[in-house]
Write a protein that binds this ligand. Sequence first.
Ligand SMILES: Cc1cc2nc3c(=O)[nH]c(=O)nc-3n(C[C@H](O)[C@H](O)[C@H](O)COP(=O)(O)OP(=O)(O)OC[C@H]3O[C@@H](n4cnc5c(N)ncnc54)[C@H](O)[C@@H]3O)c2cc1C
Length: 491
Amino acid sequence: MNQTPVAGSTYDVLVIGSGIAGLSSAVAAAAAGAKVVVLERSAPEDFGGQTRWTEAYFRMKSETEVSDDFEELLVANAGHHIDPNVVAAAGQAYEQWPGYVKAHGMTDPELVSTLSGEAGPTVQWLKTFGVKFAALPTYFVTAAAPRLMPVGGGLALIESLQQHARKAGVELRFHTTANQLSRRDADGFLHVGVVTEAGEGVTLKARSVVIASGGFEGNAEMMTHYIGSTAKFIRPVARGGYYNKGEGIRLALGLGAAAAGDFSSFHAEPLDPRSAQPEALVMNFPYGILVNRKGRRFVDEAPGPVDVNYDHISRAIKDEPDGIAWVVFDQRIHDVPNWKRSIRTDQPAIQGETIEELAVLCGMPADNLQATVEQFNAACGPGEFSALQVDGLATQGIEPRKSNWARPIAQGPFMAYPIIAGICFTYGGIKTNSRAQVVDCDGRTIPGLYAAGEATGLYHQVYTGATSVLRGAVFGRIAGEGAAALTKEVA
Ligand SMILES: Cc1cc2nc3c(=O)[nH]c(=O)nc-3n(C[C@H](O)[C@H](O)[C@H](O)COP(=O)(O)OP(=O)(O)OC[C@H]3O[C@@H](n4cnc5c(N)ncnc54)[C@H](O)[C@@H]3O)c2cc1C
């Protein structure tokens, strides 16, 4: 297939990005009879962006129902000190919302309820492409919420959708990077400037455009601009992240789109920096202590189930000297059934016969680590250790406290893994409504412009786990259907 787009080509729907959001849009638009093209900057063998690398956990207790805490948690992390006037206005029917509320960057309740309500139907829709779902074991030894996942992970999702898109006549253009966008012209077309594999600039036209080009985790300049100087310590958890450089977000903001989600934060995972593996996780810190380069504790390692806490604990690691920490633990880790499920690095634990030896091997001051462990051990009280439940076995009288699974680290040989914060995806993006239309700074929609997935802003503070692939599928599908329908209206 010719991979170079032809200048001046016109489409009903042009989709930027071939991850879950983009392919869901493309397939939905094609099913509605639209002529569709998908632009993808990567080579064909790397298509699918971040979605390619994920196991794609869905926060669902069955193929039709989201978790019990789904909406509550998303709303609990809706933003920071939201103006009660905004909250009150958002309680009315959407049509009544003032423009400044429609354009507000909070976790929009309209998006939360659409995501929750459309999750089940979207899973059923994905199943029509041959994707199977199951509740398989996860890397969380303790978890507050259930996870459903496509068998074969994100790769199975994008391969099935891509296959279906091709059958439906969708054009897929690889090595093609979108870097310009205009509003609709007098003839009803949006213009998209792309750079081809040969480095040439070509303009394509479409009646609707869906921005599904991910976040900005692969853009060092935007990461530093929005997240700050500690961004230099962070790296994508898998190769897909390097392709998401934020052009889609910038293009929409350049057209006057409102911004949403927390641009200064991101979803983090604890990674072993020594490993070249994708998602080289180290998640056993609830059963040990976390110390920084100086050998000092800095965070409660176990406020509750690990699936609720690994995100903000990873971000806390980023803020320590050199953005690194070590989990230190002893032989009693073997009391935790299946604890190795929480370790995805291919690198071995660092091991020392004594705490001093371990400290030297990790490159931290031995006397500091010795003092930290002694102080921690002395703060561990009596009580029953229960590995797989939040056991309330907390330290007494030290800061920071460890709230659960606190037992003395005393049975050598002692072990440690280094941990840095990996970035899963950025939170800040384009403001959209429940129909996946891009909303401008005055609360109007931008005609013909849609966005879905990571490119859109939803999250603040702590990520409500296992909702990102799902929202890509839900809003990608909605965007594709809406874009195709709009095309018919305009044509
Ligand atoms: C290892 C890993 C594990 C994860 N685990 C989970 C999980 O279990 N559950 C969950 O819900 N989420 C998880 N996530 C997050 C989730 O996978 C992503 O947020 C989601 O898949 C993003 O989908 P998307 O379609 O928005 O973006 P992507 O899948 O990243 O697709 C964006 C595409 O756009 C392309 N692109 C970017 N810019 C341009 C441009 N200018 N022109 C053309 N193409 C462009 C990119 O190359 C990419 O192919 C995980 C992520 C990773 C990396």
